[in-house]
Design a protein. Structure first.
Length: 274
Protein backbone atom coordinates (compact mmCIF):
# COMPACT_ATOMS: atom_id res chain seq x y z
CA UNK A 1 0.00 0.00 0.00
CA UNK A 2 1.08 3.63 -0.45
CA UNK A 3 0.50 6.78 1.51
CA UNK A 4 1.48 10.40 1.18
CA UNK A 5 4.62 11.41 -0.78
CA UNK A 6 7.67 10.28 1.13
CA UNK A 7 5.78 7.58 3.04
CA UNK A 8 7.08 4.02 3.21
CA UNK A 9 5.61 1.46 0.82
CA UNK A 10 4.52 -1.56 2.83
CA UNK A 11 5.10 -4.94 1.20
CA UNK A 12 3.74 -8.15 2.66
CA UNK A 13 6.19 -10.73 3.94
CA UNK A 14 5.81 -13.96 1.94
CA UNK A 15 8.63 -16.14 3.33
CA UNK A 16 10.36 -16.17 6.69
CA UNK A 17 13.14 -18.33 8.12
CA UNK A 18 13.88 -17.91 11.83
CA UNK A 19 17.06 -19.33 13.40
CA UNK A 20 17.08 -22.24 10.93
CA UNK A 21 19.72 -24.98 11.23
CA UNK A 22 19.99 -27.80 8.66
CA UNK A 23 22.30 -30.81 8.85
CA UNK A 24 23.21 -33.60 6.40
CA UNK A 25 24.89 -36.70 7.86
CA UNK A 26 25.87 -34.78 10.98
CA UNK A 27 27.43 -31.87 9.07
CA UNK A 28 25.90 -28.40 9.42
CA UNK A 29 24.81 -26.98 6.05
CA UNK A 30 22.73 -24.00 7.23
CA UNK A 31 23.65 -22.36 10.51
CA UNK A 32 21.25 -20.10 12.40
CA UNK A 33 19.72 -18.57 9.25
CA UNK A 34 17.20 -15.78 9.73
CA UNK A 35 15.87 -14.36 6.47
CA UNK A 36 12.68 -12.84 5.04
CA UNK A 37 11.30 -12.31 1.52
CA UNK A 38 8.69 -9.68 0.77
CA UNK A 39 6.41 -9.03 -2.18
CA UNK A 40 8.30 -8.02 -5.33
CA UNK A 41 11.71 -8.66 -3.81
CA UNK A 42 14.37 -9.81 -6.29
CA UNK A 43 17.06 -11.35 -4.11
CA UNK A 44 20.26 -12.83 -5.47
CA UNK A 45 21.90 -15.51 -3.32
CA UNK A 46 25.65 -15.90 -3.77
CA UNK A 47 28.28 -18.01 -2.04
CA UNK A 48 30.75 -20.85 -2.59
CA UNK A 49 29.91 -24.38 -3.72
CA UNK A 50 28.74 -26.35 -0.71
CA UNK A 51 27.73 -23.16 1.09
CA UNK A 52 24.06 -24.22 1.34
CA UNK A 53 22.42 -22.25 -1.47
CA UNK A 54 20.40 -25.14 -2.94
CA UNK A 55 19.63 -26.38 0.58
CA UNK A 56 18.17 -22.96 1.38
CA UNK A 57 15.71 -23.26 -1.52
CA UNK A 58 14.81 -26.85 -0.61
CA UNK A 59 14.19 -25.81 2.99
CA UNK A 60 11.80 -23.07 1.84
CA UNK A 61 10.01 -25.65 -0.33
CA UNK A 62 9.69 -28.08 2.58
CA UNK A 63 11.84 -30.70 0.81
CA UNK A 64 14.46 -30.45 3.55
CA UNK A 65 13.42 -30.31 7.20
CA UNK A 66 15.42 -28.11 9.58
CA UNK A 67 16.93 -29.62 12.69
CA UNK A 68 16.08 -26.42 14.49
CA UNK A 69 14.22 -23.20 13.70
CA UNK A 70 11.04 -22.22 11.90
CA UNK A 71 10.10 -21.69 8.24
CA UNK A 72 6.84 -20.08 7.11
CA UNK A 73 5.41 -19.49 3.63
CA UNK A 74 2.50 -17.04 3.53
CA UNK A 75 2.12 -17.55 7.27
CA UNK A 76 1.83 -21.33 7.11
CA UNK A 77 4.14 -24.36 6.88
CA UNK A 78 6.23 -24.96 3.75
CA UNK A 79 4.18 -28.05 2.91
CA UNK A 80 0.90 -26.12 3.04
CA UNK A 81 2.40 -23.02 1.44
CA UNK A 82 4.24 -24.81 -1.36
CA UNK A 83 1.41 -24.14 -3.82
CA UNK A 84 2.33 -20.45 -3.61
CA UNK A 85 5.89 -21.17 -4.74
CA UNK A 86 7.25 -21.71 -8.23
CA UNK A 87 10.53 -23.64 -8.43
CA UNK A 88 13.04 -23.96 -11.27
CA UNK A 89 15.76 -26.45 -10.26
CA UNK A 90 19.40 -26.21 -11.22
CA UNK A 91 19.35 -29.11 -13.67
CA UNK A 92 16.32 -30.47 -15.48
CA UNK A 93 17.22 -33.31 -17.78
CA UNK A 94 14.77 -34.51 -20.40
CA UNK A 95 14.90 -37.64 -22.51
CA UNK A 96 14.98 -36.02 -25.94
CA UNK A 97 12.80 -38.83 -27.26
CA UNK A 98 10.21 -38.77 -24.48
CA UNK A 99 6.86 -37.84 -26.08
CA UNK A 100 5.78 -34.95 -23.89
CA UNK A 101 4.93 -31.56 -25.33
CA UNK A 102 5.71 -28.08 -24.07
CA UNK A 103 1.99 -27.69 -23.35
CA UNK A 104 1.91 -30.84 -21.19
CA UNK A 105 4.96 -29.74 -19.21
CA UNK A 106 3.47 -26.33 -18.41
CA UNK A 107 0.11 -27.83 -17.42
CA UNK A 108 1.99 -29.86 -14.80
CA UNK A 109 2.34 -26.60 -12.92
CA UNK A 110 -1.38 -26.81 -12.18
CA UNK A 111 -1.15 -30.18 -10.38
CA UNK A 112 -0.77 -28.55 -6.99
CA UNK A 113 -4.17 -26.92 -7.51
CA UNK A 114 -5.98 -29.79 -9.27
CA UNK A 115 -4.55 -32.97 -7.75
CA UNK A 116 -2.83 -35.85 -9.52
CA UNK A 117 -5.89 -37.67 -10.87
CA UNK A 118 -8.21 -34.75 -11.63
CA UNK A 119 -8.58 -33.40 -15.13
CA UNK A 120 -7.50 -29.93 -16.15
CA UNK A 121 -10.23 -27.35 -16.43
CA UNK A 122 -10.65 -24.58 -18.95
CA UNK A 123 -9.33 -22.19 -16.29
CA UNK A 124 -6.19 -24.33 -15.89
CA UNK A 125 -5.59 -24.23 -19.62
CA UNK A 126 -6.07 -20.46 -19.74
CA UNK A 127 -3.51 -20.03 -16.94
CA UNK A 128 -1.03 -22.31 -18.75
CA UNK A 129 -1.49 -20.33 -21.96
CA UNK A 130 -0.82 -17.04 -20.15
CA UNK A 131 2.29 -18.52 -18.58
CA UNK A 132 3.64 -19.56 -21.99
CA UNK A 133 2.84 -16.14 -23.42
CA UNK A 134 4.69 -14.50 -20.53
CA UNK A 135 7.90 -16.32 -21.50
CA UNK A 136 7.28 -15.92 -25.26
CA UNK A 137 6.92 -19.67 -25.86
CA UNK A 138 3.23 -20.06 -26.71
CA UNK A 139 4.02 -20.51 -30.41
CA UNK A 140 5.99 -23.68 -29.51
CA UNK A 141 3.36 -25.20 -27.22
CA UNK A 142 2.94 -28.31 -29.40
CA UNK A 143 6.68 -28.91 -29.77
CA UNK A 144 8.21 -31.94 -28.04
CA UNK A 145 10.18 -30.70 -25.03
CA UNK A 146 13.29 -32.67 -26.00
CA UNK A 147 13.50 -30.84 -29.33
CA UNK A 148 14.00 -27.43 -27.74
CA UNK A 149 17.26 -25.64 -27.12
CA UNK A 150 18.51 -25.35 -23.54
CA UNK A 151 17.41 -21.71 -23.33
CA UNK A 152 13.93 -22.55 -24.63
CA UNK A 153 13.61 -25.38 -22.10
CA UNK A 154 14.52 -22.96 -19.29
CA UNK A 155 11.74 -20.65 -20.44
CA UNK A 156 9.29 -23.57 -20.47
CA UNK A 157 10.31 -24.54 -16.94
CA UNK A 158 9.75 -20.97 -15.80
CA UNK A 159 6.33 -21.08 -17.49
CA UNK A 160 5.55 -24.31 -15.60
CA UNK A 161 6.47 -22.53 -12.36
CA UNK A 162 4.31 -19.52 -13.33
CA UNK A 163 1.36 -21.81 -14.06
CA UNK A 164 1.19 -22.50 -10.33
CA UNK A 165 0.34 -18.78 -9.92
CA UNK A 166 3.13 -18.37 -7.37
CA UNK A 167 3.76 -15.51 -5.00
CA UNK A 168 7.48 -16.33 -5.18
CA UNK A 169 9.75 -17.82 -7.85
CA UNK A 170 12.72 -19.83 -6.56
CA UNK A 171 15.45 -20.29 -9.19
CA UNK A 172 18.61 -22.35 -8.79
CA UNK A 173 21.25 -21.26 -11.34
CA UNK A 174 18.63 -20.63 -14.06
CA UNK A 175 21.21 -19.52 -16.65
CA UNK A 176 23.64 -22.43 -16.21
CA UNK A 177 24.98 -23.56 -19.62
CA UNK A 178 23.28 -20.69 -21.51
CA UNK A 179 25.27 -18.52 -23.90
CA UNK A 180 25.49 -14.80 -23.11
CA UNK A 181 22.77 -13.72 -25.58
CA UNK A 182 20.20 -16.23 -24.32
CA UNK A 183 21.22 -15.53 -20.72
CA UNK A 184 20.56 -11.80 -21.15
CA UNK A 185 17.10 -12.53 -22.58
CA UNK A 186 16.31 -14.83 -19.66
CA UNK A 187 17.27 -12.22 -17.07
CA UNK A 188 15.32 -9.51 -18.89
CA UNK A 189 12.32 -11.86 -18.65
CA UNK A 190 12.85 -12.32 -14.90
CA UNK A 191 13.07 -8.58 -14.39
CA UNK A 192 9.71 -8.17 -16.14
CA UNK A 193 8.13 -10.98 -14.09
CA UNK A 194 9.39 -9.34 -10.91
CA UNK A 195 6.82 -6.59 -11.37
CA UNK A 196 4.23 -9.01 -9.95
CA UNK A 197 6.20 -11.93 -8.42
CA UNK A 198 8.94 -12.01 -5.80
CA UNK A 199 12.10 -13.83 -6.94
CA UNK A 200 14.87 -15.58 -5.02
CA UNK A 201 17.66 -16.59 -7.39
CA UNK A 202 20.81 -18.57 -6.67
CA UNK A 203 23.68 -17.68 -8.99
CA UNK A 204 27.46 -17.92 -9.28
CA UNK A 205 27.51 -15.08 -11.80
CA UNK A 206 28.35 -12.04 -9.71
CA UNK A 207 28.13 -9.69 -12.68
CA UNK A 208 24.55 -10.72 -13.46
CA UNK A 209 23.59 -10.52 -9.80
CA UNK A 210 24.79 -6.93 -9.58
CA UNK A 211 23.00 -5.98 -12.82
CA UNK A 212 19.54 -7.46 -12.30
CA UNK A 213 18.64 -8.14 -8.66
CA UNK A 214 17.46 -5.62 -6.09
CA UNK A 215 19.30 -7.05 -3.08
CA UNK A 216 21.94 -9.61 -2.15
CA UNK A 217 22.16 -12.49 0.32
CA UNK A 218 25.64 -13.95 0.92
CA UNK A 219 25.46 -17.56 2.09
CA UNK A 220 28.23 -19.79 3.37
CA UNK A 221 26.39 -21.83 5.99
CA UNK A 222 25.53 -18.53 7.70
CA UNK A 223 23.51 -15.97 5.75
CA UNK A 224 24.17 -12.24 5.61
CA UNK A 225 21.52 -10.11 3.89
CA UNK A 226 22.30 -6.80 2.19
CA UNK A 227 19.35 -4.60 1.30
CA UNK A 228 21.17 -3.41 -1.82
CA UNK A 229 22.39 -4.92 -5.08
CA UNK A 230 25.82 -3.35 -4.69
CA UNK A 231 28.49 -6.01 -4.20
CA UNK A 232 31.52 -4.93 -2.20
CA UNK A 233 34.84 -6.64 -1.58
CA UNK A 234 34.03 -7.03 2.11
CA UNK A 235 30.77 -8.84 1.32
CA UNK A 236 32.58 -11.40 -0.83
CA UNK A 237 35.42 -11.77 1.67
CA UNK A 238 32.79 -12.76 4.24
CA UNK A 239 30.85 -15.04 1.89
CA UNK A 240 33.88 -16.86 0.45
CA UNK A 241 36.05 -16.62 3.59
CA UNK A 242 38.99 -15.24 1.62
CA UNK A 243 39.70 -12.16 -0.51
CA UNK A 244 37.98 -12.13 -3.89
CA UNK A 245 39.08 -10.06 -6.88
CA UNK A 246 36.24 -8.04 -8.45
CA UNK A 247 37.12 -7.34 -12.06
CA UNK A 248 33.83 -7.45 -13.94
CA UNK A 249 30.87 -5.28 -14.85
CA UNK A 250 32.37 -2.05 -13.54
CA UNK A 251 33.15 -3.39 -10.08
CA UNK A 252 36.31 -2.29 -8.34
CA UNK A 253 39.26 -4.70 -8.25
CA UNK A 254 42.42 -5.40 -6.35
CA UNK A 255 45.47 -7.58 -6.89
CA UNK A 256 45.52 -10.83 -4.94
CA UNK A 257 48.48 -12.29 -3.15
CA UNK A 258 49.56 -15.61 -4.66
CA UNK A 259 48.23 -17.61 -1.70
CA UNK A 260 44.64 -16.38 -2.00
CA UNK A 261 42.17 -19.00 -3.17
CA UNK A 262 39.49 -17.19 -5.17
CA UNK A 263 39.29 -14.81 -8.10
CA UNK A 264 36.68 -13.73 -10.63
CA UNK A 265 37.08 -13.88 -14.39
CA UNK A 266 35.75 -11.35 -16.88
CA UNK A 267 32.29 -12.90 -16.69
CA UNK A 268 32.06 -12.01 -13.01
CA UNK A 269 32.02 -15.64 -11.87
CA UNK A 270 34.08 -16.78 -8.90
CA UNK A 271 36.66 -19.53 -9.37
CA UNK A 272 38.97 -21.51 -7.11
CA UNK A 273 42.66 -20.75 -7.50
CA UNK A 274 43.89 -23.79 -5.57
Amino acid sequence: MTGHPGSVILRMEVIRLENVWVEYDGATVLEDVTFAVRERDFIGVIGPNGGGKTTLLKTILGLTKPRRGRVTVLGTTPLKGRRFLGYVPQYSLFDRDFPVSVWDVVLMGRLGHRGLFRGYTGADQAIAARALEAVDMFQLKDRQIGQLSWGQRQRVLIARALAAEPKVLLLDEPAAALDSRVEAGLYDLLRALNETVAIVMVSHDIGVISSYVKSIACLNRRLVYHDSREITRDMLDVAYECPVDLIAHGLAHRVLDTHNEMTTDVSGEVHDRC
